[in-house]
Ligand binder design. Structure first.
Ligand SMILES: Nc1ncnc2c1ncn2[C@@H]1O[C@H](COP(=O)(O)OP(=O)(O)OP(=O)(O)O)[C@@H](O)[C@H]1O
Length: 299
């Protein structure tokens, strides 16, 4: 659905995007993460045709963004910018009618869209009275006008509380089931690590890595941790059981023993702990988080 090849964008001396290749498949929920200034928003604007690349090519659904046929494709794209501009004097419903006219979308969808983003109750309230989270929801509804097949969501959950974030991803799941392709940025790594199909890590205008969270973990080869609870706090039993294995740390922490090892030793550690039988009361495996992976790739 999205194909970017060798994309570069300079602003004077600033190299905002510096040779990006990116492919997003149809129906994928794709995450783009990176530090402030990594080039994510610039990439979004180029993929939307709002900003011309200094070099390289971007195709959406096979159509070059720079070509004259892109206008038709653009009508099937929804965009939630990082800072959505809304008019305080309009109600939520009027806002959607306004954007529907701009996009030449069907304004009769507006009430259903407000329901979908959890603003049905506030349809006739003025935006002036809206909280940050309500504004963000309204911006999201605006992006959904015209039943887009491709959605660009730039930090869509900024300002949302945990419940609103959960609702937001529930809507994304519904859209995914309808076959919509979505690409989103977020700084909240814990939030997106369970939810995207694949992601790309950007740093200094380049894509440093692309893949599923699990594939990136494996590529980074970060160690994982076990938390083992043993009967009678018999930590020495754990130490003895794992003594012959290549574990990098065994530490008593509160009510459990923390064991660190590389991924290739994972199954051997599990087997050795299983051999302790009922002396092991509980076992948790802590995979490296997306944050660990992110720092590994972007530092
Ligand atoms: N219109 C512009 N004029 C000059 N420099 C710009 C412009 N837009 C972006 N930049 C610069 O390009 C770089 C990348 O910015 P961009 O907004 O794409 O980063 P980002 O990854 O989206 O960051 P954030 O997470 O803070 O939103 C930054 O150094 C920024 O200052």
């Amino acid at each position: 659905m999205i194909e970017a090849r060798g994309v570069v964008r300079h602003f004077g001396k600033v190299q905002a995007v510096n040779g990006v290749d990116l492919c997003v498949g149809r129906g994928e929920l794709f995450g783009l993460i990176g530090h402030n200034g990594a080039g994510k928003s610039t990439m979004f604007k180029m993929m939307l045709g709002l900003l011309a690349p200094t070099a390289g090519e971007i195709r959406i659904d096979g159509v070059p963004v720079s070509g004259r046929h892109f206008r038709e494709v653009r009508r099937r794209i929804g965009y939630l910018p990082e800072n959505v501009v809304l008019y305080d004097n309009l109600t939520a419903l009027e806002t959607l009618h306004f954007f529907a006219r701009l996009k030449r979308a069907d304004a009769s969808e507006a009430p259903a869209l407000l329901e979908r983003v959890g603003l049905g109750h506030a349809a006739r309230r003025r935006v002036r009275e809206f909280s940050k989270g309500m504004r963000q929801r309204l911006g999201f509804a605006q992006a959904l006008l015209g039943r887009p097949q491709l959605l660009f969501l730039d930090e869509p959950t900024s300002g949302l509380d945990p419940e609103a974030i959960r609702d937001f991803y529930a809507v994304l799941r519904g859209l995914k089931a309808e076959g919509v392709t979505m690409i989103l940025t977020s700084h909240i790594l814990a939030e997106i690590q369970e939810r995207v199909d694949r992601l790309a890590i950007m740093a200094k205008g380049r894509v440093q890595a692309t893949g599923t969270v699990q594939a990136l973990r494996e590529q980074m080869d970060l160690p994982l941790w076990f938390e083992v609870r043993v009967a009678d706090w018999d930590f020495e039993a754990v130490r003895a059981a794992l003594g012959h294995l290549p574990v990098s740390a065994i530490e008593a922490r509160g009510d459990h023993v923390a064991v660190q090892c590389q991924r290739e030793a994972k199954m051997a550690v599990i087997a050795a702990l299983a051999a302790l039988g009922s002396r092991v009361l509980d076992l948790t495996v802590r995979e490296p988080s997306l944050e660990d992976v992110f720092f590994g790739f972007s530092d």
